[in-house]
Design a protein around this ligand. Structure first.
Ligand code: DX5
Ligand code: ZN
Length: 221
């Protein structure tokens, strides 16, 4: 199976009082990516953190900052998040009406561009943008909270997206977020996903180097 599997731990399940230490621990454990869940209390019924928090931690971490914007009209804040240090900026298709403009702007600002789809949102929402995207994030729970149950119907959606990208942008990442565990990562990999977000199933099981190995070994099954 592929060696290019990436685990992107979601800080939503980390200790917010110790974010700097958590980032250092992830790096020491061999993680390359970290997932930031930005929530505005409008697009999703929860509020987390914004550009100032990310910026202050950017100075302390070499990890690839994978920023998942769960905010209305994300186009208003793209420059702030890139300036704060986002390497990958993900916007929800449901939250941005002029999505092509938003994606172009992320790239113009120098970040990698991801479009995220809620579980029920059809793949056709991103079909014409696939050549321009670095990643599509398939939500496998309704966004807003960690620790929810994986929605099984999203397995087929991942497989369909993998088929769609093959002809137009084979190197595009397919990320899956929500309810990812060592028990379903092998199936997700077989269906075509290669970047896995994990919050509760990662942070609740230290030490992080061993938990990373558990996920990676399971992905090869
Ligand atoms: C949900 C977030 C996820 C969440 C995943 O709104 O986008 O990143 O933190 O948490 P788990 O892995 O616990 O489902
Ligand atoms: Zn997320």
């Amino acid at each position: 199976m592929s060696n290019s599997v990436i685990l992107s731990p979601s800080l939503l399940s980390s200790d917010f009082g110790r974010l700097a230490e958590e980032l250092a621990a992830l790096e020491a454990a061999g993680l390359k990516w970290v997932h930031w869940d930005v929530m505005d209390g409008h697009f999703v019924p929860n509020i987390t953190f914004g550009p100032p928090v990310i910026k202050s931690l950017r100075e302390r971490s070499k990890l690839f900052f994978d920023v998942h914007l769960m905010i209305e009209k994300p186009e208003r804040y793209l420059a702030e998040f890139v300036d704060a240090g986002a390497d990958m900026l993900g916007v929800h298709a449901e939250a941005s009406v002029h999505l092509e403009r938003t994606v172009s702007e992320i790239k113009r600002l120098g970040a990698k561009a991801c479009v995220t789809l809620n579980p029920h949102t059809p793949l056709s929402m991103v079909e014409y943008l696939l050549p321009d995207l670095d990643m599509v994030l398939i939500m496998s729970v309704n966004p807003g909270f960690g620790g929810q149950k994986f929605l099984d119907f999203t397995m087929d959606k991942i497989e369909q997206l993998a088929a769609m990208k093959a002809g137009v942008n084979p190197s595009m990442h397919i990320q899956v977020d929500g309810g990812v565990t060592p028990d379903n990562i092998a199936e997700l990999t077989r269906r075509g996903a290669d970047v896995f977000v994990s919050g509760s199933a990662f942070f609740n099981y230290p030490p992080y180097d061993q938990r990373l190995k558990t996920f990676m070994d399971a992905a090869q099954d």
